[in-house]
Write a protein that binds this ligand. Structure first.
Ligand SMILES: C[S@@+](CC[C@H](N)C(=O)[O-])C[C@H]1O[C@@H](n2cnc3c(N)ncnc32)[C@H](O)[C@@H]1O
Ligand SMILES: Nc1c(NC[C@H](O)[C@H](O)[C@H](O)CO)[nH]c(=O)[nH]c1=O
Ligand SMILES: N[C@@H](Cc1ccc(O)cc1)C(=O)O
Ligand code: SF4
Length: 450
């Protein structure tokens, strides 16, 4: 057993004793009428809505429909009927990571990547040239965004100067020189530059990755974002958010940055002028009050920065994760919880325009349903997927523009191609022979894959 398994095996869900619990002085009815009137919701209001009332045990199906209806109406008022999606590719650089998050099966402990370790481990590290080739191939097909999120490889540094100053003998720094590994991931700077050279919009450097890129150095988050923006970083994925309440993070990801550090790093991206998304990974050990507290953190950050383009709920995929394998959680969120999360996000986040329904997490059928619960974006083509798949997710790795047009036409919603920060949009002609993509530099309207 690894130390990650040991840690999961020591957890007992009955003994978490959270301080934040779903109890309020508000009533469901009051909260609902505030939501319907477009009044800014308090955390207590949000808790009433997401629990369908703390006065009832479990979820009340009738009240749930009322919440979903209010959210659907709000969505129609804010963004109308169109549903957006993007032509993008995932290019994750490495699975090597020692952070040990208990919900994650994407990573492989980094020592397995060392040249001395001779067993098969199924993980990977790409050189900058390999990253560039993956992205170039996608760009040639018409893709214009690359989403790149990676393990915190110990040999990664911001740039060569950073790698030189990191002391391999200081365990706090989680640094090993590249010579120890079969493949050198090189530096964040080189990887971002390699992907950007293709002309793709580079969406990368989560708050956790940025923290890794400044470990042991005296530069801050904004300096990292500035340097990477200079070589082509365009927008930032707001993952590593998980649940932005520290008592939950201490259980599921004790090695990760704190809530405050996550906020600071996002604020730094905003300061540098990089638009960003925000996420929440829910459906594990947290309760409904944690979910709403998380939404409050995002709403406050957006009040400060006005820089978040989209909120992306990530329903926990439990099957092959340490949390599930050690019996800490039995399953992820129920469908009713997913619907309410999307709906309450729409109602609570009155300053974030777009809410994503992610088909990687919810599948097509249920993903479409969520477009009637408050969501208005249906993610992207991505071409390949590793994080959800390795956690046991079953919904595949690619959707074509034809798939999108068929699905959205079936529910009577107009399909719209968008770019990463929603500054460009193109309504798709559903009677055309081919549907695109058309927005990118090499997108000539032909399908991405045969
Ligand atoms: C795998 S990490 C990669 C980037 C970087 N290491 C980080 O933590 O930000 C990206 C995100 O994937 C999500 N993720 C990981 N495992 C998941 C799972 N089992 N179910 C749902 N989302 C998951 C988490 O929200 C996590 O922050
Ligand atoms: N670009 C989006 C992704 N990409 C896939 C992620 O990189 C990742 O594999 C997984 O979702 C991690 O939890 N996924 C989305 O859900 N939404 C996107 O917009
Ligand atoms: N593309 C989305 C969602 C995403 C989700 C999980 C990821 O690991 C990466 C990205 C974002 O920008 O945040
Ligand atoms: S979520 Fe990110 S930091 Fe945590 S173990 Fe997975 S890859 Fe590493």
């Amino acid at each position: 057993m690894s130390w990650i398994d040991d840690r999961a095996a020591d957890l007992d869900a009955d003994e978490f004793g959270f301080d934040v619990v779903p109890e309020t002085d508000q009533s469901f009815e009051n909260a609902l009428s505030k939501a319907r009137d477009g009044v800014r919701l308090t955390v207590d209001d949000g808790i009433e809505l997401i629990t369908t009332g703390t006065d009832v045990e479990g979820l009340d199906p009738y009240r749930k429909e009322l919440v979903l209806e209010a959210a659907d109406r709000r969505r129609a008022e804010v963004v109308g009927e169109e549903v957006t999606f993007i032509a993008n590719v995932n290019n994750n650089v490495t699975t090597a990571c020692n952070t040990g998050c208990l919900f994650c099966n994407f990573k492989d402990t980094a020592h397995q990547f060392e040249t001395e370790y001779q067993q098969e481990h199924g993980g990977f590290t790409k050189s900058p040239a390999e990253s560039r080739a993956v992205v170039q191939d996608a760009v040639d097909r018409g893709v214009y965004e690359v989403t790149s999120v990676s393990g915190l490889h110990p040999a990664f540094g911001l740039n060569e100067e950073h790698r030189e100053l990191l002391d391999p003998d200081d365990p706090e720094l989680n640094y090993k020189p590249p010579e120890a590994y079969d493949t050198d991931p090189t530096t964040y700077r080189e990887q971002i530059a390699a992907m950007a050279e293709t002309g793709a919009h580079v969406h990368s450097m989560t708050p956790e990755e940025v923290d890794h890129a400044q470990r042991g150095a005296d530069w801050g988050y904004a300096d990292v974002y500035r340097e990477l923006a200079d070589v082509g970083l365009k927008t930032v994925p707001g993952t590593a958010a998980e649940i932005l309440v520290d008592e939950v993070r201490e259980i599921i990801c004790p090695g990760k940055i704190t809530t405050q550090e996550w906020v600071d790093s996002m604020a730094a991206a905003a300061e540098v002028g990089l638009p960003m998304t925000a996420t929440m990974m829910y459906g594990h050990v947290e309760n409904e009050a944690h979910r709403v507290e998380h939404l409050k953190v995002i709403r406050d950050l957006q009040d400060r920065t006005d820089n978040i383009t989209e909120f992306v709920p990530l329903s926990f995929i439990h099957q092959d994760t340490p949390l599930h394998e050690h019996g800490v959680v039995e399953s992820g969120a129920s469908k009713a919880e997913d619907e309410l999360l999307i709906a309450v996000a729409r109602l609570f986040l009155d300053n974030v325009e777009h809410i994503q329904s992610s088909w990687v997490k919810y599948g097509d059928e249920f993903g479409l349903k969520l477009l009637n619960c408050g969501a208005d974006d249906f993610m992207g083509t991505i071409l390949s997927e590793e994080i959800t798949k390795r956690a046991g997710g079953q919904y595949g790795e690619f959707r074509s523009f034809r798939d999108y047009v068929e699905m959205l036409t079936a529910i009577g919603r107009p399909p719209v191609e968008r770019n990463t920060d929603y500054t460009e949009r193109r309504r798709i002609d559903t009677d055309a022979d081919v549907f695109g993509p058309q927005l990118g530099p090499a997108a000539d309207g032909t399908p991405l894959l045969d």
